[in-house]
Design a protein around this ligand. Structure first.
Ligand code: PLP
Length: 410
């Protein structure tokens, strides 16, 4: 389906027809899918692109001389070009997702650019994927992990980040959007301040890409990481954006086929970027599926998506605020993607399980972001993560289901 670029043109009814999973029911109720921060459902265009690869040209890339391999190579490299262009970059390194992309940077860049005492600055909002790789790196190279705190609303302030910078800060690695609280961070300002001080930057864009227009060149960071399955693409594919010079100055982090130019028992030489960082047979069908996902998103328009999602989030926050015994955790001024909440006297896991009986799919737990939940005074929350395909009726259904859960639980 095609949408015009006017920002009031997004028609959720039409979009929903593109996504087969949305028409199913759960426990006899129509599915209300509100777990998009964990993973987004796949549109037909993505499923069909992957099917075409499997049915028509299921060959390996780069090495083959036959027609099918040529077709697979063309589709894989064309997907790379379209995904990079969608994100305002010249090229990208395919990875399994944001987690692998951050690990790639920690291993390939970190091990040769950081030494004992150098500081890596993250924020209190980070997903475990942007905490643990730096802790592992710290254990091997002696770098120090520092954390810029948020305020009690879950907001990250540029001034706090600036205060946490020292003459030893070598890398600032921060998320653009918190998956747990929905906080949109001032990441462009942080990158600008870091650049002025000669500090390298990594932006964890896993929760940005599905919700807003991203322009890697304009953002001004050195590294940008993302996951395909959070942007309507398949699982097991994602990527790393970085300038060619930056990548050229990093050693490969995994060895094997495809990442080499020559191999002998005496030593090997490396392929050029981005292939230097793609050892072994890649997720070819996944890359092709992700290419179809960005075509689909471009057609709908990221501005349309952002405008619609803002309305849905405001709608849901207002509804939650009107329910006694419900507490919203995190009150960022600029919210994207997620609303964490608690029901007084109930464990979030029970809330999630009971909402599931009403067909409402949410996430409950620590959201792989334990430190920020502890910072907000909790072990876990229930999380509503609507996307542009959700409807106002579904927000109403969700409110009614939450009220029912509270009534039944007592
Ligand atoms: N960063 C953020 C902000 C996330 O929300 C997630 C996943 O929830 C990740 C990184 C890790 O993504 P993946 O598990 O797809 O590698």
């Amino acid at each position: 389906m095609t949408h015009s670029p006017a920002n009031d043109s997004l028609n959720p009814t039409a979009v929903r027809l593109d996504i087969p999973a949305l028409s199913r029911s759960v426990h006899g109720k129509p599915l209300v899918y509100l777990d998009n921060a964990a993973t987004t459902p796949r549109p037909k265009a993505v499923i069909e692109a992957m099917n075409r690869y499997e049915m028509e040209y299921p060959a390996n890339v780069h090495r083959g001389v036959h027609t099918l391999s040529g077709e697979a190579t063309h589709a894989y490299e064309d997907a790379r070009r379209r995904i990079a262009s969608f994100l305002g970059a010249d090229s990208l390194v395919f990875t399994r997702g944001a987690t692998e992309a951050i690990n790639l940077v920690a291993n390939a860049w970190g091990t040769c650019h950081l030494k004992e005492g150098d500081e890596v600055l993250i924020s209190a909002l980070e997903h475990h994927a942007n905490i643990v790789p730096w802790q592992m790196l710290s254990a091997t190279c002696g770098c120090v992990l520092k954390v810029a705190d948020v305020d009690d609303a879950g907001e990250l302030h540029v001034e706090t980040v600036l205060d946490a910078i020292s003459e030893k800060t070598r890398l600032i690695a921060m998320t653009g959007v918190s998956n747990a609280l929905g906080t949109v961070t001032p990441i462009a300002n942080i990158c600008e301040a870091a650049k002025a001080r000669g500090i390298t930057t990594l932006v964890d864009g896993a929760q940005m890409v599905p919700h807003m227009s991203v322009d890697f060149a304009a953002l001004g960071c050195d590294f940008f990481t993302f996951s395909g399955h959070k942007m309507y693409g398949p699982t097991g594919i994602g990527g790393l954006l970085a300038g060619k010079d930056t990548l050229d100055n990093m050693p490969p982090w995994q060895g094997g086929g495809d990442m080499i130019e020559t191999v002998s028992f005496e030593g090997s030489t490396w392929n050029t970027v981005p292939w230097k960082f793609e050892a072994g047979t890649p997720n070819i069908g996944g890359a092709i599926g992700l290419g179809a996902a960005v075509d689909w998103l471009s057609n709908i328009g990221m501005e349309n998506i952002a405008a619609r999602e803002k309305n849905l989030l405001d709608n849901m926050v207002n509804r939650l605020d009107g329910i006694e015994r419900v507490e919203i955790v995190g009150r960022p001024a600029n919210r994207s993607g997620a609303i964490s909440f608690l029901i007084e006297g109930m464990h979030p896991a029970d809330v999630g399980a009971m909402l599931d009986r009403h067909g409402v799919a949410i996430r409950a737990g620590h959201h792989c972001a334990q430190p920020i939940l502890h910072r907000m005074g909790h072990q876990s929350t229930a999380r509503l993560a609507p996307a542009f395909f959700n409807t106002e009726d579904e927000m109403e259904t969700t409110e009614a289901a939450i009220r029912r859960v509270i009534d039944v639980f007592g």
